[in-house]
Design a protein around this ligand. Structure first.
Ligand code: TNX
Length: 507
């Protein structure tokens, strides 16, 4: 493997100096340090190379080829780490997350060549550019079980993502147990788009996901999409939801795809949007929202609850504003920070501190920029999910078998080349970070999901993590470093799309 640009690390570290050659990994090297990342490192090295690292007994001397993991909150920032590989390897994290990220980098430096396995020598100082580095998985249009979500967490956290947004409810299904409204899962979880099988997470399932995410330093952001995208609620509780309101593009798209139109109270199997709404002027709706939010808050240790707000196409602006003002307040009252799609910024009185998720284009159109800016005026901030760069469900090429095209065709380079602070006219400090969403209309299996997610999630990982002006923060460097992830992904069984513009390496 000969890289002309930097070391084979994605996302690019804040500062990296390549050393001389490799630290051989032979015999039984040991891992020193009392951190959960030690076990994760031992396991990952074994999967990748078959080499069994041993864990060193406390206080034993460090020998050549060993790996030392430790914490130093005094000199290393939170989520940051220093990594040095010479005779032995040492990772010093600012906190446990930092040690974990250092281990992920070390795993990328672990390579096989004709002389066997070794760790490329390097000196790295690293810390993230943005605090919010998110991926989103839509488990409504197609459902993915706990083990699949856990694999998704492992594979994305290895790229240093630290937020997992789960889109838990939509027109096609309700995917989370809510004790106070049991019919949601009893009547509205069994199917998915096109009549594929559905499913839902029990509270224990959800807690397993949250715990596993935490062990990989990811915070789960649960979303209940409101007031639109709520047809499934009406299948369980018809009194909560309005009759479907068709729009022209829904009717045309449904005809083109041969999908049925939504019928009140019946399971919806198409993927048209904008037809559903909860009853905004009924008090019972807010009892429902309060119950759901409070049960979600109770099982979610992370600070955020996402209340949706996108594509309420059959709702008047006045009703929409009334609803989102109340829904964001309900989240705040439950002790959580509301997150909402950018349309919610149109309402004057959204709860202070609400975080907006911008999903317009890299060049905003219509009122999107203004709506997004309003979150900042209300003391909130923004997560950038520009659809023509970050939407993992867009096709790579016009003839790619999976994905949609409404936002753009997104090849690897266009996923990489965008700048989240250059989209809106807000201070850079208002941008918390980015999130890259996978909507699952066309992905029936986890293999399908991975085809769309990898490699483009790696582009967003670098946009979120790496300093914008670093010398190697270029497409030429990135494509080579990305190509060097192939053996890691193969060892982990990641079903990535081998995009032809990337020089994928064998080892
Ligand atoms: C728009 S992005 C949606 C989703 C679809 C997605 C498909 C957003 C907030 N809403 O309902 O699944 O497009 O790309």
């Amino acid at each position: 493997m000969v890289l002309t640009h930097s070391l084979p690390v994605v996302p690019l570290p804040a500062s990296v100096v390549a050393g001389d050659g490799r630290m051989p990994l032979a015999g039984t090297p040991r891992v020193h340090g009392d951190t959960p990342s030690a076990a994760a490192l031992i396991e990952a090295v074994r999967r990748r190379s078959g080499i069994g690292l041993a864990s060193a007994s406390p206080g034993s001397a460090v020998e050549a080829g060993d790996v030392v993991l430790r914490l130093d909150a005094g000199t290393v920032p939170s989520e940051g780490y220093r990594l040095r590989t010479a005779e032995h390897a040492e990772i010093i994290g600012g906190d446990e997350a930092g040690v974990f990220y250092g281990v992920q980098t070390l795993l990328q430096l672990l390579r096989e060549d004709d002389s066997g396995w070794g760790v490329l020598r390097a000196e790295i100082e690293d810390a993230p550019r943005f605090g919010y580095r998110g991926v989103m998985l839509d488990v409504t249009r197609h459902f993915f079980n706990v083990d699949e979500v856990i694999a998704f967490i492992d594979r994305t956290s290895a790229l240093k993502f630290n937020r997992l947004h789960l889109h838990l409810s939509d027109d096609q299904g309700w995917r989370i147990q809510i004790d106070s409204w049991p019919l949601l899962t009893e009547r509205s979880s069994a199917t998915a788009a096109n009549g594929d099988p559905g499913g839902f997470y029990t509270k224990d399932d959800y807690r397993r996901i949250v715990e596993h995410a935490a062990s990989r330093h990811m915070i789960v952001v649960p979303e209940i999409d409101l007031p639109g995208h709520t047809h499934a609620i009406g299948v369980a509780y018809p009194e909560l939801v309005e009759a479907p309101v068709m729009n022209d593009s829904l009717v045309a798209e449904s005809a083109r795809l041969g999908q049925p139109l939504p019928v009140a109270g019946e399971t919806y199997l198409g993927w048209g949007v904008g037809h559903s709404s909860v009853r905004i002027r009924e008090e019972r709706t807010y009892d429902f929202v309060r119950d759901v939010v409070s049960e979600l808050a109770e099982m979610t240790p992370g600070p955020y609850i996402h209340v949706g707000g996108d594509e309420s196409l059959g709702t008047t602006q006045e009703d929409f504003d009334h609803f989102v003002e109340r829904a964001t307040a309900i989240v705040t009252e439950a002790g959580k920070i509301p997150v909402a799609w950018h349309e919610v910024g149109a309402a004057a009185g959204i709860a202070e501190g609400t975080i907006g998720q911008y999903w317009g284009m890299t060049v905003p159109s219509g009122s999107h920029a203004e709506e997004a800016a309003h979150f900042v005026e209300r003391g909130g901030a923004l997560i950038m999910s520009a659809a023509d760069a970050t939407y993992l469900d867009m096709k790579y090429t016009p003839d790619f078998p999976l994905g949609l095209t409404w936002a753009a065709i997104i090849d690897v380079r266009s996923a990489y080349e965008w700048e989240p602070t250059a989209v809106l006219d807000v201070p850079d400090s208002a941008i918390l970070g980015i999130e890259t969403p996978l909507w699952s209309e066309t992905t029936r299996t986890m293999d399908d999901v991975e085809q769309l997610v990898f490699p483009r999630a790696a582009c967003q990982a670098e946009v979120a993590w790496s300093p914008k002006d670093a010398a190697d923060r270029t497409w030429e460097s990135f494509r080579e470093r990305l190509g060097s992830l192939a053996p890691l992904w193969k060892a982990e069984g990641v079903s990535y799309h081998p995009a032809p513009e990337i020089p994928w390496t064998e080892r």
